[in-house]
Design a protein around this ligand. Sequence first.
Ligand SMILES: NC(=O)c1ccc[n+]([C@@H]2O[C@H](COP(=O)([O-])OP(=O)(O)OC[C@H]3O[C@@H](n4cnc5c(N)ncnc54)[C@H](O)[C@@H]3O)[C@@H](O)[C@H]2O)c1
Length: 439
Amino acid sequence: MNRRFRLLASKIKMKEANVGIIGLGYVGLPLVKLFLQAGFPVTGFDIDPKKVASLNRGRSYIRHISAQELKAFLAQKKFRATSDFSRLAAMDVIIICVPTPLDAHKNPDLSFILSTSRTIARYLRKGQLIVLESTTYPGTTEEEMLPILEGKGLKAGEDFFLAFSPERENPGDKTYSTAQIPKVIGGLTKNCLQLARFLYGQVVIKTVPVSSPRVAEAVKLLENIFRSVNIAMVNEMKVIFERLGIDIWEVIQAASTKPFGYMPFYPGPGYGGHCIPVDPFYLTWKAKEVEYPTKFIELAGEINTKMPYYVVNKTIEALNRQGKSIRGARVLVLGIAYKRDIDDQRESPSLKIISLFMEKGARVAYHDPYVPRSGGHRQYPGLELHSVALTAKRLKNSDAVIIATDHSVFDYDWIARAAPLIIDTRNAIKKKRKNVIKA
Ligand SMILES: NC(=O)c1ccc[n+]([C@@H]2O[C@H](COP(=O)([O-])OP(=O)(O)OC[C@H]3O[C@@H](n4cnc5c(N)ncnc54)[C@H](O)[C@@H]3O)[C@@H](O)[C@H]2O)c1
């Protein structure tokens, strides 16, 4: 065991290791909180000066971390956010949580990881532990990051330590917080793995070692592909059962009583978020290298992408039955976040649904208590809306109300009584009613 290893291990043990977290978004910020709660001094790095300024003023922009908590950490001088990346040199541990989107051709966009790696390389010093948490394809840590980090002559596993540990955050989950979710870790060398396990062992319930960073990278993809495929499967069942006059929700409820071999997944208006619609295609891209087509991934993507069209068609049919046209119809979409009780609208199927209605000439409004404004989306340049107030009058005056996200603050009974026509994509309204159509 080398001296640098022992020194860093002892700093971690004493909670004196300076933890730097790069990328202060939905993943980075909860991690900041986790390390602060455990007693580590934390520096948050982000290229967005607005986020940095906001955090340093004690203002949080995501719901995971309250302004009160933030102010307490700032007052204790345990936390600081910065855009000055030269401060990376003072960090003992650097955790990377930058975005990993797809480009316009659905290929991985590694530019954020690569630019962050180059920045770290500039300030890299002996004795640091670097951990990548961003979701990516197997091989990224070793094939892309490692050569950049070693570019100035320092050797990973000896001079500095490198690992991959996927973030498994489940936004809005009240049962499993970041600390309660076991953390999978793959180190470049035995020392890298041991140090990373020791670090995360201070803040999470359990660490799960795997043999390499590429295995850890693959674990995350498997988890998300599993979700994507199962969501698609149940969405396809929804359409088939509907044609057969069977309620998918009743089927799922009964199937869920099987104590083994079945796990419920629920249909919906499509899939959303930064992960499930995006991550599987990281593997699709990588699999081309070994000439293997990822058929399940493609098929799941195809089915899930069709769902917003299905919801819009169901609405058009329902209006048609009332002798109404979609052109000029007043459509109110409830929920623009991609899932219940969160404020994240990235890749949300509601955005697609709204834009499809707009294209067809409907007058669309949305209400979401967690998302006051929606706009600036690359794929939906014409979509610039503010959340409207949810009143009985508005419900009554809407030709169709779409329940796209089943936030728990909604009073579904009241909505069902006030709105003339409801398209319920989440089975939020349990009682059978003439004005409610499941889609
Ligand atoms: N959101 C989730 O629920 C979730 C769950 C598991 C894994 N992930 C993965 O975690 C990673 C981050 O996702 P997120 O949802 O937190 O993204 P995010 O967009 O909320 O946050 C990313 C942050 O990184 C900053 N950033 C971008 N480039 C940077 C750079 N070069 N240097 C410093 N900061 C930079 C951005 O300004 C932003 O604040 C992605 O790989 C994602 O796939 C996300």
